[in-house]
Design a protein around this ligand. Structure first.
Ligand SMILES: Cc1cc2nc3c(=O)[nH]c(=O)nc-3n(C[C@H](O)[C@H](O)[C@H](O)COP(=O)(O)OP(=O)(O)OC[C@H]3O[C@@H](n4cnc5c(N)ncnc54)[C@H](O)[C@@H]3O)c2cc1C
Length: 150
């Protein structure tokens, strides 16, 4: 490994995923977030879209589970809802209403804040207080507070 230190700006889903991937190639990854991360999965200023209900489709689940092992179970334990995408959803498309039938295709529904919180928790060996230490920091001072990946 020749790379020492990567810096990622923005600690939401894109930032967490990028930081997680870079952690395989860099000795340390520093994630810089403008907001203070709340202790609970509640909305914050930097992600106003998080108030809306979100779903995670199957391929997204597979990819995130590879990057953050245990994410699916942690999400369910924290209140995310499993939905049979063929039975529990009503689809209207140009061909008419989709046929509903029981399947094994389960998607997750949750708040956007919950996904970020669980992925952040699973991706970092740092404590919440260490993560908060880099929130609100600018690039220059944040380099001394590093979130290292396990
Ligand atoms: C109504 C609605 C419903 C949606 N439903 C779904 C859905 O069901 N499923 C789905 O997959 N997607 C859904 N999306 C899309 C999804 O919310 C976004 O694609 C996703 O949040 C983008 O993530 P991101 O990490 O790229 O950006 P963001 O979540 O916008 O995060 C950007 C981060 O960067 C930080 N930041 C910004 N500027 C700075 C700075 N200068 N310095 C440091 N940090 C900074 C912000 O504080 C924030 O944490 C929906 C979006 C909307 C609006």
């Amino acid at each position: 490994m020749t790379n020492n230190h990567a810096i990622v700006i923005g600690g939401s889903m894109a930032g967490l995923v990028v930081a997680r991937i870079l952690s395989d190639r860099f000795l340390a990854v520093t994630l810089i977030e403008r907001d203070q991360f709340p202790e609970e999965a509640i909305p914050r200023k930097g992600t106003p879209q998080s108030r809306h209900i979100h779903v995670l489709l199957l391929q997204g689940q597979f990819i995130l589970e590879k990057l953050f092992p245990g994410l699916r179970e942690e999400m369910i334990a924290a209140g995310a809802q499993l939905m049979d995408v063929a039975a529990d959803w009503i689809w209207l498309n140009p061909a008419g209403w989709g046929v509903r039938f029981p399947s094994d295709l389960f998607i997750l529904s949750f708040s956007r804040d919950l996904l970020t919180q669980v992925a952040g928790y699973l991706s970092s060996s740092a404590s919440q207080s260490e993560i908060n230490a880099i929130a609100n920091a600018n690039l220059a001072v944040a380099q001394s507070a590093t979130v290292t990946q396990s």
